[in-house]
Design a binder for this molecule. Structure first.
Ligand code: G6P
Ligand code: MN
Length: 438
């Protein structure tokens, strides 16, 4: 059992109660550890740290909870820096979802132009944090949930000396849906899950040492369309049936793009608008629970495996208990399609030394083209986020398989740069230039 200091950047986030539940589950491995909550918003920080303190106390777990608006103070001496924040908040996400739709493209938190602008907002903040980690906690691991998680991870690896593991909880939801359909407890799945964040494929799904993917595929092929599950899983299962490998549900945004744009245009609200409309009730619940001795806040944000996943990763590193996770980090030969330093999402074994990706082989040729194009786009996107170059940003959009068209790319770029202006200090100067000035 190892007592560690965990700085939580985004400590006022509505995801905190879920995270605290994860820490309570893992209490035996991390007894006497400190959770140093940091947020720029003092009011939400006060609420979340009160909740955290009371939840920990009610569970009889030995965690010390600190709260500060001083990021350097939170990071100093940390063993782990858990990052889970959203520069610009849900209001900026709303713009990422709305503006592309007006240009005929999907508007999404992490996909397409929305994802690019999220990267533009997140990456400079993450790099500032990484520099503070280098200075104040050089041995610490950054455990990152801030989206787009893989690009954020890549930026930190390329532009700082800090150690980082990128996380995404999507596998939990996607595999739960497969398990529900197949009648198998999803926690028994050992997937060969690989590709890029929100663009992965699973080519082997081992249960008790045996790959069950071929028989699930055969079952699916016999199933009439009207018996398929609904929602995002339905699109994923149509792709599974077609390609014989299981896709990340986010791949629907590429393969069913026009249909989803059409649906999004009909919908009264974008996802961020929905969350914004639910948030007051969620926060009311948090406030009411924070007044009790034994708070039991709603699980509406980051429920399920979200918090536990990050805490289990921390536990595996802190106590050197090697365990299998799906992480974002350098490929190191795991996926044959990519170079050793390409940042990918892949099944890996995590221990004291960090993540060791497992050998996955090559992507299925029928789906590899899209993933290669996305990898090329991501590299340009990271470069643009770091340099603040409008030309680099334009190249990223031109390389994006959903955008590609020059006029669409330029129109979107200038509108989104303007809309997000206050969150994009790195673009302040160059964005006023036009292409013909260069
Ligand atoms: C999943 C994805 C995350 C994403 C989240 C959005 O967990 O893996 O990357 O941020 O969904 O959920 P929300 O409730 O904010 O729409
Ligand atoms: Mn994710």
């Amino acid at each position: 059992v190892t007592a560690v200091r965990i700085a939580i950047i985004g400590g006022g986030s509505a995801y905190i109660p879920g995270l605290v539940r994860g820490f309570i589950v893992a209490r035996d491995g991390l007894a006497d550890s400190t959770l140093a909550l940091m947020d720029v918003n003092a009011e939400s920080l006060a609420l979340m740290s009160t909740l955290a303190r009371k939840m920990v106390a009610a569970a009889g777990a030995d965690y010390r909870v600190e709260a500060t608006t001083d990021r350097r103070a939170a990071i100093a001496g940390a063993d782990f820096v858990l990052t889970t924040f959203r520069p610009g908040g849900l209001e900026a996400r709303r713009l990422d979802e709305r503006i592309p739709l007006e240009h005929g493209l999907i508007g999404q938190e992490t996909i397409g132009p929305g994802g690019l602008f999220m990267a533009f907002r997140s990456i400079p903040v993450m790099l500032a944090i990484a520099r503070e980690v280098e200075e104040l906690a050089p041995e610490a691991w950054i455990v990152n949930y801030t989206n787009p998680t893989q690009m954020v991870t890549e930026a930190v690896l390329r532009h700082s000396g800090a150690r980082i593991i990128g996380l995404c909880d999507q596998h939990a939801g996607d595999l739960a849906a497969v398990g529900a359909w197949a009648g198998i407890d999803p926690h028994r799945f050992r997937p060969d899950w690989y590709g890029l964040n929100h663009a992965t494929w699973t080519t082997r799904l081992v249960v008790d040492g045996r790959d069950v993917l071929p028989e699930l595929h055969a079952r699916l092929c016999e199933m009439p369309d009207d018996q398929l599950p609904g929602g995002p899983t339905r699109y994923a299962f149509r792709l599974f049936r077609q390609f014989g490998a299981l896709p990340n549900t986010y791949l629907r945004y590429y393969y069913f793009h026009d249909e989803l744009v059409h649906q999004a245009r009909q919908a009264p609200m974008t996802r961020a608008e929905e969350i914004l409309s639910h948030l007051p009730a969620i926060l009311d619940n948090y406030r009411r629970e924070a007044a009790k001795d034994r708070p039991d806040p709603t699980r509406e944000r980051g429920g399920g495996d979200h918090g536990e996943y990050a805490v289990e990763v921390i536990n595996a590193i802190a106590n050197d208990r090697p365990a299998r996770f799906i992480v974002n980090g350098p490929n190191q030969g795991a996926i044959a399609d990519f170079g050793p330093d390409d940042v990918v999402e892949v099944s890996a074994v995590v221990s004291r030394d960090g993540a060791r990706p497992l050998a996955m082989g090559a992507l299925p040729p029928a789906v590899a083209g899209l993933i290669h194009a996305l990898r090329a786009y991501e590299k340009l996107a990271v470069e643009a986020a770091v340099t603040g170059s409008r030309e680099a940003a334009l190249r990223a959009l031109l390389a994006h398989p959903l955008v590609r068209d020059w006029e669409t790319a330029e129109g979107l770029l200038d509108e989104m740069l303007e809309a997000h202006r206050e969150w994009l200090p790195q673009f302040r100067w160059e964005k006023r230039r036009t292409t013909s000035d260069q």
